[in-house]
Design a protein around this ligand. Structure first.
Ligand code: MFK
Ligand code: FAD
Length: 496
């Protein structure tokens, strides 16, 4: 009988994650941790079930049917099993709703759930992130009618009433430079606003609602003249309201996520706030989805490392298990160190977000949150691509073979750096954030975390001093400042 290699097995992602359980034990009061334990355990069970199912059943992808047999335009999208299960899993375990509980720990409790659910969700977490962002932006707008209309659906704990929201920003001229938006908003004689244009990437086109940027007819050019609108995608009979789906994009990864190119032709829309400064109004959504992105990037790393660690105990070479080869053990340890740093930064941001939203942050923490959000997003995205790539190599040739399920992890990880602001755009956002406060909030945070006399303070101080000197040198010259932004962002993220 020829040798047969044992496949890697997925350890229970909640019960076996020392980093997650230690962090939860440190930041949450014991009674709150007790209250969420059942959800975390169930989401871990779901992850194990989904990994096992992936190995047994052929992968499916969403399918768009544009026309029915009788020539009627239907634009119907068939979803994958994990997506069909999405509303049930999400609402049963309060994956999204828990983030909006009236508690400074709400975001901690939400993002622990997201971390456990993400990989099994097959990027159903993408529209969940956007729905969370939409709820946050609508709440921040103070628009009572929209708050009462949309939030009970977005934050529902019942699958029957749960709605997803899209985030319609990107158009063909610009995804980073949304000031070039061409979609126009026109008002009917009866006062109803309607949208006309083309949205080039719509990842939650199956959602019941969306927040969309558009230029009110006759408004000027650029970003400040854009308005933010709330739309509902279907009428009471379930028919699309002035939306056609041109096609689903063929992508490198995120294959289960239906990302569509769409045309809007008279879609009814409600202004979220004033009819200008739409980007300012959507910014709370951006900052929330960027936090989700960091959490999901960290979840990808955790999955890849968990599988690689397990495999190292099953695979032997040169007379010993891989884990017993010092260099292989060192390779895994280096990946784990990168992961733990990324985890710490990301979940620190989650803590800050929860405290700040409930008015319980220290004086410097709002500015710290504003600075660390783009840093966590851009840094974890890059680290996850690197760590997941390294993890594939830990399987040798098997890591390159499609039906092991491993290549998908790498393809999927590549998206974290692109959507919700590319690495460069977020480095520039970091400059926007430090514009008024400099890096002072970061120094305060590090002072609180690391004893000034501790040995590890020396490299931290060197990095911060060098960064401040660099910013001081180049600050008068915008071109040099922008050219340095990515390096500064990496240094600050890694230092933090
Ligand atoms: C599973 C993982 C979960 C993640 C799911 C992701 C799903 C994917 C969905 C998407 O990709 S949706 C599309 C995401 N698109 C972007 O992220 C756009 C990227 N581009 C930027 O972020 C640009 O920096 C931006 C369009 C925001 C700004 O461009 P401009 O034209 O240079 O604008 P400007 O004048 O600097 O900023 C306009 C206002 O917004 C300013 O406020 P004021 O009007 O008060 O002066 C800015 O301060 C404010 N602003 C911008 N970014 C902000 C912000 N405020 C707070 N936080 C921010 N991050
Ligand atoms: P560009 O803006 O053309 O960027 C090209 C390059 O130029 C990048 O490397 C960028 O870093 C760099 N660059 C741009 N400006 C600067 C600058 N000032 N300085 C230095 N470098 C710069 N969008 C939505 O609105 N809704 C969605 O649901 C959605 N879903 C998506 C799903 C997927 C799978 C993907 C891949 C994208 C999705 N997007 C969505 C779009 C995404 O947000 C954009 O692709 C992204 O913001 C980048 O915009 P762009 O594609 O126009 O690239």
């Amino acid at each position: 009988m020829a040798f047969l290699q044992d496949a890697p097995r997925l350890a229970h992602p909640y019960r076996n994650d020392r980093v997650l359980t230690a962090w939860l034990g440190r930041v949450l009061p014991a009674e709150r941790l007790d209250a969420i334990r059942a959800d975390l355990d169930a989401l871990g069970d779901y992850a194990v079930m989904a990994w096992d199912r992936r190995g047994r059943t052929p992968r499916t992808e969403p399918i768009l049917t544009s026309w029915d047999a009788w020539g009627v335009r239907v634009d119907r999208i068939a979803l994958t099993p994990a997506w069909e299960e999405g509303p049930g899993v999400t609402t049963r375990h309060a994956v999204l709703a828990s983030g909006h509980d009236a508690s400074p720990w709400a975001r901690v409790e939400e993002f622990a759930r997201v971390y456990l659910y993400h990989i099994a969700s097959e990027f159903y977490c993408c529209p969940l992130a956007m729905t969370d962002g939409a709820a946050t932006a609508i709440r921040a707008s103070g628009n009572r009618a929209l708050i009462e209309r949309a939030l009970p659906h977005f934050l529902s704990r019942d699958a029957a009433t749960f709605w997803l929201s899209g985030q319609w920003m990107t158009e063909t001229p610009g995804g980073s430079d949304v000031g070039r938006t061409e979609t126009v908003a026109r008002q009917d004689a009866d006062g109803q606003w309607r949208l006309y244009g083309r949205k080039w990437f719509s990842s939650a086109v199956v959602g019941e609602a969306a927040l969309a940027l558009a230029r009110p007819d006759g408004a000027g050019h650029g970003t400040s003249a854009l308005a933010l609108f709330y739309v509902e995608t279907r009428d009471d009979r379930g028919a699309w309201r002035g939306i056609t789906i041109d096609r689903l994009k063929k992508k490198l990864g995120t294959h289960e996520l239906p990302t569509a190119e769409i045309h809007l032709d008279g879609l009814p829309a409600t202004p979220v706030g004033s009819l200008d400064h739409g980007v300012r109004q959507i910014a709370p959504m951006l900052n929330v989805t960027r936090t989700w992105n960091a959490v999901c990037a960290v979840a990808s790393m955790a999955r890849a490392i968990s599988l690689a660690r397990d495999y190292a105990t099953r695979r032997s070479a040169f007379g010993a298990r891989l884990i017993d080869h010092p260099l292989h053990a060192r390779t895994l340890a280096d990946m784990q160190a990168e992961f733990e740093a990324a985890f710490s930064l990301t979940f620190f941001v989650a803590e800050l977000l929860g405290r700040t939203e409930h008015g319980e942050g220290a004086a410097h923490e709002a500015a710290l949150l504003r600075l660390l959000t783009p840093l966590a997003k851009l840094w974890t995205a890059k680290v996850s691509i690197r760590v997941v790539s390294e993890a594939l190599e830990c399987f040798g040739g098997a890591g390159y073979i499609e039906d092991t399920g491993l290549p998908q992890l790498l393809r999927d990880a590549q998206v974290y750096a692109i959507w919700e602001g590319t690495t460069n755009v977020l480095s520039l956002d970091m400059l926007r954030a430090i514009g008024s406060t400099g890096i002072a909030p970061l120094r305060v945070a590090i002072d609180a975390l690391v004893d000034p006399g501790a040995a590890e303070r020396t490299p931290i101080n060197v990095a911060l001093d060098a960064t401040e000197a660099l910013l001081g040198d180049v600050v008068a010259d915008r071109a040099s400042l922008e050219a340095s932004a990515r390096g500064v962002a990496y240094t600050l993220a890694r230092t933090m």
